[in-house]
Write a protein that binds this ligand. Structure first.
Ligand code: CP
Length: 327
């Protein structure tokens, strides 16, 4: 995780240029109005049903190219965006990581080149500020956040789609995120409170959800949605409708793995923690999972686990986001 002040700065900057899907980019869940979030989820469900029948009713990317720029590894995000672009009628280009953002030429120059060739760019990088610089340099290029150090908004849209499929209306439901208050927790909190959920985030001291996120969530929450932060994972999962976790050390934090194994040990989602949540509670994970660390095999492979539904829903959610951006 990056320094909290840097994260706060870049997020504040993001809010300054955010204009909603109809304008240009999808860099944060907070770029969506409530209506746009509702419409995106409805379209994702529609596209999922159509795909099961071998159909796609919308091809807004026909004749267009989209660039995939990934500064970090990816299985799910890159695969599902590739399929999504193609199923919406478009083509992808996939420049090698060594020519991506800011390593061979400036971020701005990369954006200005791509703008001449492609209609959109799916970008996974480090600081949100770098993504903002890229998007700001290319006014006619539609840019999607495929994960930054601060936010993972495409994951969150798939997550709430999955929760809705299993729980129905999310108003008044509770999802507990157990672990690092990281980019996945941030975007989940944004999306879930916009749908009226209670989001509990249980983290070790010093690894809590950043305080500015709580204010952001209060600003966009509907129907009594709220965020609660605690250092007690068992209390946090008790009575929850869903328990969510992520790796203890995110990409770029590899040197912290050993220290975090100790710090996060009491935050492992295991059978005992799921017992506290109750037999009806769902288990979610954005993946990749480090089995035996933040989650046990028994939980990952249990009937309560919906992790592969989440993974499938990355495709449907991202197709809907792209369709909204390019229509
Ligand atoms: N959850 C997620 O973003 O997976 P990848 O890192 O494989 O894209």
């Amino acid at each position: 995780m990056t320094d909290p002040q840097v994260r706060s700065f870049s997020r504040a900057k993001a809010r300054g240029i955010a204009r909603g899907l109809r304008a240009k980019d999808f860099l944060s869940v907070l770029d969506l109005s409530h209506e746009e979030l509702d419409d995106t989820l409805a379209l994702a469900a529609q596209l999922k049903a159509e795909r099961a029948l071998g159909r796609t009713s919308v091809t807004p990317l026909a004749g267009k190219h989209v660039a995939l720029l990934f500064d970090k590894p990816s299985l799910r995000t890159k695969s599902t965006f590739t399929i999504a672009v193609r199923e919406l009628g478009g083509n992808v280009i996939d420049p090698a990581a060594d020519v991506a953002l800011g390593s061979r030429e400036t971020v701005t120059d990369v954006a200005k080149n791509l703008e001449r060739w492609v209609a959109g760019a799916i970008v996974r990088t480090f600081a949100q500020a770098r993504l903002l610089e890229f998007a700001g340099a290319a006014p006619s290029l539609k840019v999607v956040n495929a994960l930054t150090d601060e936010e993972h908004p495409c994951q969150a849209i798939a997550d709430v789609l999955t929760l809705r499929e299993h729980l129905g209306d999310l108003r008044g439901r509770t999802v507990t995120f157990v672990g690092d208050g990281n980019n996945v927790a941030v975007s989940l909190a944004h999306a879930a409170v916009m749908l009226g959920m209670c989001v509990r985030v249980a983290s070790p001291k010093g690894y809590e959800l950043p305080k500015p996120i709580i204010a952001e969530c209060a600003r966009v929450a509907r129907w009594g949605g709220l965020v609660e932060v605690t250092n007690d994972p068992i209390a946090a999962v008790t009575g929850a409708d869903a328990v969510y976790t992520d790796v203890w050390a995110s990409m770029g934090q590899e040197e912290q793995i050993d220290a975090r194994e100790t710090i996060f040990a009491a935050f492992q989602v295991n059978e005992s923690m799921m017992d506290a949540a109750g037999p009806e509670a769902l288990f979610l994970h954005c993946l990749p999972a480090h089995r035996g660390h933040e989650v046990t095999d028994a939980v990952m492979d249990s009937p309560q686990s919906v992790v592969f539904d989440q993974s499938e829903n990355r495709l449907h959610a991202q197709k809907a986001l792209l369709a909204k951006l390019f229509t």
